[in-house]
Design a protein around this ligand. Sequence first.
Ligand code: ZN
Length: 342
Amino acid sequence: MVIDGQARSIEEYPTPASYEEFSSHLKRIVQSSCVQGTAIATAGIVNNHRTVIQSPNVQWLNGLHLAHLTEQLTYRRCWVVNDLEAVTMAELRFGALRDVQCGIVESLSTGWGGCTGLRLNDRDYVIPGEPGHVNVGTHSYVCGCGQIGCAEAAFSGGAVRRRIRERFGIRLSDSEDPCSFLDREADTGAEWALQLYDEVATGIGYGWANALNRNSWIKKIIYTGTFAVRGMRYMRLRIEKTIREHTKFPHHKEISIGRSLLWPVGAHLGAAVLFMQCQQCHDRLTRLRSTKHVLSPDVAPDPKISTGARSVKRTSRKKGDGQNNGRNLVHLRRWVPALLRD
Ligand SMILES: [Zn+2]
């Protein structure tokens, strides 16, 4: 639960296996507290902060109108956001990107995600990316996306887990997490473990160097995700060396690489930021709708214009006919399409 930008309480559950399981948790949380609304940060591609288009690791979410269903369940507003975009929003607002104009947030866990955080004229922007599916062409592992050669198929936590299982097979007990086994072996100085970390760190270093060579504005790399957080102590030197050798902008040679200050609650805080922003847009739109006929007091309301913004957009009008009220709503429709679709 987030109150005024502070994470006040966190309850953890295993990832729900169905919408019914998710909704039973949600219903109890919302009923037991005085909450204004719900913001959901989830893995996958999210459309207009309303619908999950695709979530490869939580497949019951695929195509689900999650915001609408949650609003019906809770009788409160709901917005949905990709989890890494939420983390980047929170880093810009509260975390390690507060003091830079531009930085990247990279998540190395089951997959490899990445976003660029940008501040322009005191406004924060999050640009989503797919660094895990940049094709590095140096290996033959098949990625979850179906392609061969993606960075995530060789250098993410999920890839390392799979590679260790392939190497040790039945010698690894089912209950043991391969990445925990890797860390334990690396702690004892086992050569295979240190070599594997070295190879993965080189792949990550190339990936980050390529990102830096494409954007000179980047001033910081923030990493998050269980694999990166736990493994960085073995990988940092190799990553930094690879970046030094392969970046071209002088200020990138010693770029700041730091752990997310908000881990593991960055996505929760970012979702709260999104909720506040969307709620402000919604309130503004509601006010505009209620006052649209007084925006141009010198012009009589056009009887063809209905109160719904969608009808306003469909109404064709010649330039200069004085219907400013309609144009304002059309402009706002482009700005917050999700709000007007409801
Ligand atoms: Zn891929």
